[in-house]
Design a binder for this molecule. Structure first.
Ligand SMILES: [Zn+2]
Length: 338
């Protein structure tokens, strides 16, 4: 209650012509439609990198999961399909690490980089459309949406700085880095954008300004260092004040952050604005950098134990980030849809 409904503004693909997908919904205002049909309880997907790794793919690369856009696109499509079958209302395409400069540093031409970014959207759309044709349309669910993934400059640095925000670019430099990927994704017909894993407010704002210019819907999601400051130390209250009135902002929240911080962050955002809250934290397992392995979360402190508390705190869009899996998305769908 008290959360505003979406603005119903034009979707990212509006005016870009046919997308080639069999999507039943028009790209205009599709997020508002999804919101209405789900009653503002929206299931997001889980991570691509974790799932590739657990299926035997080596993601230890500067391009991370985006490497498989070129090497094994069918694996990426299969994972999108698994998340949709698990219940995801929105799947996020594999462009997080796939920026134009990132691909070019890895030896691709600009044209190839753009083709791979467009392919990331296409694979998610195909997975969605094939599921829909194979019986998804009879489930009573809304046609899942495809979000274009906009990872931070820190992800391109591939040194963990998406968790520190230890870099600083001018607005023009952020534009140079982000805009081309956004435009390619718009041309590919994404329904909205996930501007995610953001450690810095200035970068998120620069991305928001570009997407406002494109007339595209998007959410902004930050990494947090604790339950009240994003990764570079900016206070949650300052983030909310800076973004709350952005016209195409559909949700504001937190991802790739330990689950124990999420409830307080969500309540903090809700106390300060009526923008819907999104949360897709990590599983609760912790990474041991020396042993290069993950340790299980202590009993009673895993992802599933926190889920009901996030719903109670009014989180409208719930999904998973690192080390969560399709089974976690299934739990979320069960919780939100009853
Ligand atoms: Zn993550």
């Amino acid at each position: 209650m008290g959360v505003k409904s979406p603005t119903g503004s034009a979707g990212a693909a509006s005016g870009t012509g046919a997308t080639g997908s069999a999507g039943a919904a028009s790209a205009t205002g599709v997020f508002a439609e999804l919101w209405e049909q789900t009653g503002g309880k929206i299931v997001l997907d889980g991570p691509m990198g974790t799932e590739l790794e657990l299926r035997g793919y080596d993601v230890n690369d500067a391009l991370w999961s985006a490497k498989y856009l070129s090497e094994d696109p069918s694996a990426i499509k299969r994972i999108h399909r698994d998340y949709i079958e698990a219940g995801a209302d929105i799947v996020t395409c594999a462009s997080y690490q796939g920026s134009v400069p990132g691909f070019m540093d890895a030896g691709y031409s600009q044209g190839e980089a753009e083709r791979l970014i467009a392919l990331s959207a296409l694979l998610a759309q195909e997975a969605r459309d094939e599921w829909w044709a194979a019986g998804g349309s009879a489930t009573g669910r809304h046609l899942p949406l495809v979000a274009g993934d906009v990872g931070p400059y820190g992800a391109y640095l591939a040194d963990g700085s998406e968790y520190t925000g230890d870099y600083e670019l001018t607005e023009a430099e952020y534009r140079d880095f982000h805009l081309r990927r956004m435009k390619v994704l718009a041309e590919a017909g994404v329904d909205l954008y996930a501007v995610e894993t953001m450690p810095r407010l200035d970068e998120a704002l620069a991305c928001a300004h570009m997407l406002e210019e494109l007339g595209a819907d998007y959410w902004l999601s930050f990494t947090y260092r604790n339950d009240h400051q994003i990764s570079n130390g900016t206070e949650l209250a300052d983030v909310v004040a800076a973004v709350r009135d952005l016209p195409h902002l559909q949700a504001l929240g937190v991802n790739c952050t330990p689950p124990e911080y999420v409830e307080t962050i969500a309540r903090g955002i809700r106390a300060l604005c009526d923008v819907p809250v999104c949360a897709y934290p990590n599983s609760g397992e912790t990474y041991d950098g020396h042993a290069k392995c993950w340790h299980e979360a202590p009993a009673g402190e895993g992802f599933g134990d926190y889920l009901p508390r996030w719903a109670d705190a009014g989180v409208a869009l719930i999904g998973g980030c690192c080390r969560t899996r399709p089974a976690d998305i299934e739990r979320i769908a069960h919780l939100l849809r009853g």
